[in-house]
Design a protein around this ligand. Structure first.
Ligand SMILES: C[S@@+](CC[C@H](N)C(=O)[O-])C[C@H]1O[C@@H](n2cnc3c(N)ncnc32)[C@H](O)[C@@H]1O
Length: 190
């Protein structure tokens, strides 16, 4: 008979998670730098590897690179001239987040074991072709809200929540405190 203890002794194999890239289309250079920066920072903190940005915004990419230099990891913002080229060259399924799509609870399990995923979010206007080119149009509820909220919920579901307190190369790390702030300078960092 299987018991709770024999079950707990069984070796747990860590579920493989996809390598996720994010594509942000419809960024308005000079008009929404804060929102797109927050999108990149949320993508990084929740485990995505990079964010392709259309159109390119070198100043924004440099600001995110400065955050990565302090807080670690290898996340990057890659400016692109053609969002379609990124979608067509994606090494795995393309999941477009849109309020008009099918519920994420139903659709995401299909992609949870893919080695690579491209998650696409829009801005004020979303090109009509994107709905056709994506492998799935996925909604986080059928109400309009925010690309940051939709991306955060989907990454949490796919990748299991925020990563290490101090990823490789971090110069700074937070020592969690019930009250106040404690930021430590990591010894031996670049
Ligand atoms: C300002 S909204 C535009 C809303 C747009 N009409 C749509 O297709 O979802 C900008 C982006 O936020 C994301 N978004 C907003 N609400 C969403 C929802 N309920 N589910 C999934 N994504 C959403 C989409 O990626 C969208 O392109």
């Amino acid at each position: 008979m299987a018991t709770a203890s024999s079950g707990s002794r069984r070796k747990r194999t860590r579920r493989a998670r996809p390598r996720v890239s994010v594509l942000r289309v419809g960024h308005r250079v000079g008009r929404d730098p804060r929102l797109t920066t927050h999108l990149a920072l949320a993508a990084r903190a929740l485990g995505a590897e990079r964010m392709y940005l259309h159109p390119a915004d070198p100043a924004l990419a440099a600001r995110v690179a400065a955050v990565v230099a302090d807080w670690g990891g290898a996340f990057e913002v890659v400016g692109v001239d053609s969002w379609k080229a990124v979608v067509r060259a994606a090494p795995g399924p393309v999941v477009h987040l849109t309020m008009y799509g099918l519920p994420f609870e139903r659709v995401l399990p299909r992609f949870a074991r893919a080695p690579d995923l491209l998650v696409v979010v829009g801005g004020a206007k979303v090109p009509a072709d994107l709905y056709r080119l994506a492998d799935a149009n996925v909604a986080v509820g059928s109400q309009p809200h925010s690309e940051v909220a939709a991306l955060a919920i989907v990454l949490d579901r796919l990748l299991g929540g925020p990563r290490d307190a101090a990823p490789p190369g971090a110069r700074l790390r937070v020592r969690p405190r019930a009250k106040g702030k404690n930021v430590e300078v990591v010894r031996g960092a670049r």
